[in-house]
Design a protein around this ligand. Structure first.
Ligand code: M6R
Length: 625
C-alpha cells in the first residue's frame, strides 16, 4: 500500500505534496519522492529510501523548487527493495514523463520484456517503471498517428497504457512540456479528487488534501482524471466522459492520518477483505502452481521435504497453529509449530529434508530470526511468510511469500493475521502440489474457495454491530475464557491474546476438550466464555462435542457467547449470545471467526478507556530476545 498525492493550482506544489505525504505516511514508509514541474520548464525529481524525513532533509538541502504542479509518493515496497533507485516517481527513457503508482502490475514482467526488446532502458526493479516506458511508447505512437496536440495525445496514450495493465493501480502521470496537466487513473486501488478554488488535488486518501478542501470527487473503477487548476474531467478508458460522485468530507485534518477512522486498529480491521484479496491476487499460475514471491529453492527441494516446522511469535504463532491443520491435511506430512523463542533451545531434529516456515509480519522479530538462523545451521530449508518487503527474515530465507496487507500501524495484529493464514494455506497447497498429494483441480477448488473469502469477511464486518454492544456490556468482567476445537482452538487463542493486549484483562484460550482436565475450575457464576463452534456439516463429530462443552460451562454459571455459522440452530438452547458467521469450508473458519473477536477486544478496550493503537508495554516490532 502506498500513498499518492497530486496537485495543480496556485500554491507551491512542493509544499502541498510534502504536507500530503506526511498525512499519508501511515500507508508506507519504505521510501518517498516528489516530481515538480518547475517554472523554468524542468521536471525536477527527488526521492529517497526510508522514511519521509530523509526526503525532507534532501529537499531542504536542495532549496526551493518553484512550481505549481507536482506529485508525491510514499512507498510500501512490493516489487524491488526499499532503495533510492526503486523509490517513486519513475520516469521514461528521456526523463520527460514521471509516474507514481500504488498497487501491483501483475503483467509487468511480460511488459518489461517487450519494452526492453523495443529498446527501453529500465533503471529500477519495480513493476511501476513499466508504466512510464509504456506511456512513452504509446505517446510516441499517438503523436505519429495524430499530430501535434500534445495534451490530447498524452491523455489518450495514458488511457491506452492503463488498458494494457493487469492487476491493481492508482497511477498519476505528468509530462515535462504540459505544466498545467496531471493525469490519474485507478483500478482496485484508491484515488480521490479534491476540488479547490483555482486548484485541484489527487490523492489515495482525502487525508492528503483535507487541510485545503473538503469537497471531493470519487473516481470509479477504470476511470481517468484530467486534472487542471480550473477544471477536472473524468472519462472512462475509452475517453467517454463520466459523471463521478461528488461528496463532502465530514471529518477534519486531525483524524486524517487514520483515513477517517478514530483509530488505526478499526481502520485495519475494516481493510481485511482487501488485504486478503491482495494476498491472493495472481498467486495461481496457469498450470495450477502457486507462485511464491522469491524462490531460491527448486521444485526438487520441495519434493524432498518430509517434515515441516513452523516458527513464529504472538499472533503469527497462532497463524502457524492454524497452518498445521492445513499442511497435515493437504500434504499428509507431519508439521510441528514452535514458539520461535523456544525453538533452538529444545534442540529440534532438523535436516536437509526439513522445511521451516517462519511467519512474521515485520520480518524483524529477533526470536523468529534466531530460529531461522538455527534452522539454517542445521541445514533445513527456510520459507518466510512476511508482510514487510526488504526486511531481514525474508532476506535470510530460501523462499518468501509476502502477505500484502499493507502497513499495519496498530500494535495489535489484525489484517496481518488473516493474511498470514491465507499465505500459509497457499504454502500448504504449494507443498501438496509438488508432492502430488492434491491434484491441480483440487488445488483450483481451494483457491476458488479462498477467492470467495474477502466477500465473506465483508459480510462479517457488515453484521458485527451487536458484538460491540456485547463488548461494552462485558467491559467490567474479571476474566474471559475462549474455547475451540480443531482450527477453532487457535482462533480461540487469538481472541484471548487480542483481549489481553488491548484490554489488559485476564483471558485464556483452551481446546474445548481440555477444559474438563483443569481449566473448568476457572468458571464461576457470570464468567463470559466465548466458544468457536465448528460447522455441523463437518466430516467428524466435532460439532456435537463442542455443544456438549458449551453445556458443561453453562451448567457452572458461565455466560456463553457462541460463534456459530449461519443456520446452526443447535447452539440456540445453550447460547446466551450468538454471533453468526457465514458458512465456509472448515479449514477456512478462522478467516471469518477471528473478525468478531478482534472487534470484541477492540470495543471492550475502548469501553475501558484504553488506547487500542498503542497498548501499554508493547511494540509493533520486537527486535530483542
Ligand atoms: O512482526 P511479527 O509478526 O514477527 O510479530 C510477532 C508478534 O510480536 C506479534 O504478532 C504480536 O504478538 C502482536 N502484538 C499481536 O497482536
Amino acid at each position: 500500500m502506498c500513498g499518492i498525492v497530486g496537485y495543480v493550482g496556485r500554491q507551491s506544489a512542493l509544499d502541498v505534496a510534502l504536507d500530503g505525504l506526511h498525512r499519508l505516511e501511515y500507508r508506507g514508509y519504505d521510501s518517498a519522492g516528489v516530481a515538480i514541474l518547475d517554472t523554468a520548464g524542468a521536471l525536477v525529481i527527488e526521492r529517497r529510501a526510508g522514511k519521509l524525513v530523509n526526503l525532507d532533509r534532501a529537499l531542504a538541502e536542495l532549496g526551493p523548487i518553484p512550481g505549481t504542479t507536482g506529485m508525491g509518493h510514499t512507498r510500501w515496497a512490493t516489487h524491488g527493495g526499499p532503495t533510492d533507485q526503486n523509490a517513486h516517481p519513475h520516469t521514461d527513457c528521456l526523463g520527460m514523463i514521471a509516474v507514481v503508482h500504488n498497487g501491483i502490475i501483475e503483467n509487468f514482467t511480460a511488459l518489461r520484456d517487450e519494452l526492453e526488446r523495443q529498446g527501453h532502458m529500465f533503471r529500477s526493479d519495480t513493476d511501476t517503471e513499466v508504466a512510464a516506458h509504456l506511456l512513452e511508447q504509446m505517446l510516441r505512437g499517438r503523436l505519429a498517428e495524430n499530430g501535434a496536440d500534445l495534451a490530447a495525445a498524452f491523455t489518450e496514450a495514458f488511457r491506452r497504457t492503463c488498458r494494457c495493465l493487469d492487476g491493481s493501480f492508482t497511477l498519476l502521470a505528468v509530462h515535462r512540456d504540459l505544466p498545467d496537466l496531471m493525469l490519474g487513473a485507478r483500478r482496485n486501488s484508491p484515488l480521490v479528487v479534491g476540488l479547490g478554488e483555482g486548484e485541484n488535488f489527487l490523492a489515495s486518501d482525502v487525508a492528503a488534501f483535507i487541510a485545503h478542501t473538503r469537497d471531493a470527487v470519487e473516481i470509479g473503477q477504470d476511470e481517468v482524471v484530467e486534472l487542471r487548476a480550473d477544471r477536472v474531467t473524468v472519462t472512462d478508458l475509452d475517453g467517454s466522459v463520466t459523471a463521478p460522485r461528488h461528496y463532502h468530507v465530514d471529518w477534519d485534518a486531525a483524524a486524517a492520518q487514520k483515513g477517517g477512522h478514530p483509530y488505526f486498529m478499526l481502520k485495519e480491521i475494516l481493510e481485511q477483505p482487501l488485504a486478503v484479496a491482495d494476498t491472493l491476487r495472481g498467486r495461481l499460475t496457469a498450470d495450477g502452481a502457486i507462485s511464491l514471491d522469491e524462490e531460491r529453492l527448486s521444485p526438487q527441494d520441495f519434493r524432498y521435504v518430509d517434515k515441516v516446522f513452523i516458527v513464529a511469535c504472538g499472533t503469527a504463532y497462532h497463524a502457524g497453529l492454524i497452518a498445521k491443520y492445513a499442511i497435515e491435511h493437504w500434504t499428509r506430512m507431519p508439521c510441528e509449530v514452535d514458539i520461535a523463542s523456544e525453538f533452538r533451545y529444545r534442540d529440534p531434529v532438523l535436516d536437509r529434508a526439513t522445511l521451516v516456515v517462519a511467519i512474521s509480519q515485520s520480518g524483524e522479530t529477533l526470536d523468529t530470526l534466531m530460529a531461522v538462523k538455527h534452522a539454517q545451521e542445521q541445514k533445513a530449508r527456510v520459507l518466510a511468510i512476511c508482510n514487510t518487503n526488504g526486511s531481514t527474515i525474508p532476506r535470510e530465507s530460501d523462499a518468501v511469500l509476502y502477505t500484502r496487507a499493507g502497513p499495519e500501524v496498530g500494535v495489535a495484529a489484525t489484517k496481518t493475521f488473516l493474511t498470514q493464514c491465507v499465505a500459509t494455506y497457499l504454502v500448504a497447497l504449494h507443498l501438496a502440489r509438488v508432492r502430488g498429494t492434491l491434484f491441480g483441480d483440487e488445488i483450483g477448488r481451494v483457491v476458488e474457495d479462498l477467492g470467495g473469502m474477502p466477500a465473506q469477511i465483508e459480510k462479517v464486518l457488515d453484521t458485527v454491530e451487536p458484538v460491540r454492544a456485547l463488548a461494552r456490556e462485558l467491559a467490567d468482567s474479571k476474566s474471559v475464557l475462549f474455547l475451540g476445537r480443531h482450527v477453532g482452538y487457535p482462533t480461540a487463542l487469538e481472541g484471548a491474546l487480542k483481549l489481553k493486549e488491548l484490554a489488559y484483562m485476564h483471558a485464556e484460550g483452551f481446546p474445548a476438550g481440555e477444559l474438563k482436565h483443569g481449566p473448568i475450575a476457572l468458571v464461576e457464576d457470570g464468567t463470559p466464555v466465548v466458544v468457536c463452534v465448528p460447522s455441523p456439516l463437518g466430516r467428524n463429530t466435532l460439532h456435537g462435542k463442542v455443544i456438549s462443552n458449551i453445556q458443561e460451562v453453562r451448567a457452572r454459571g458461565a455466560r456463553t457467547i457462541v460463534i456459530a455459522e449461519e443456520g446452526d440452530d443447535a447452539v440456540l438452547p445453550f447460547a446466551e449470545h450468538v454471533i453468526r458467521v457465514p458458512r465456509v469450508p472448515s479449514l477456512l473458519f478462522p478467516l471469518v471467526a477471528t473478525v468478531p473477536l478482534q472487534v470484541f477486544a477492540c470495543e471492550l478496550a475502548l469501553a475501558r478507556g484504553l488506547d487500542v493503537d498503542q497498548p501499554r508495554n508493547l511494540a509493533k516490532s520486537v527486535t530483542v530476545e
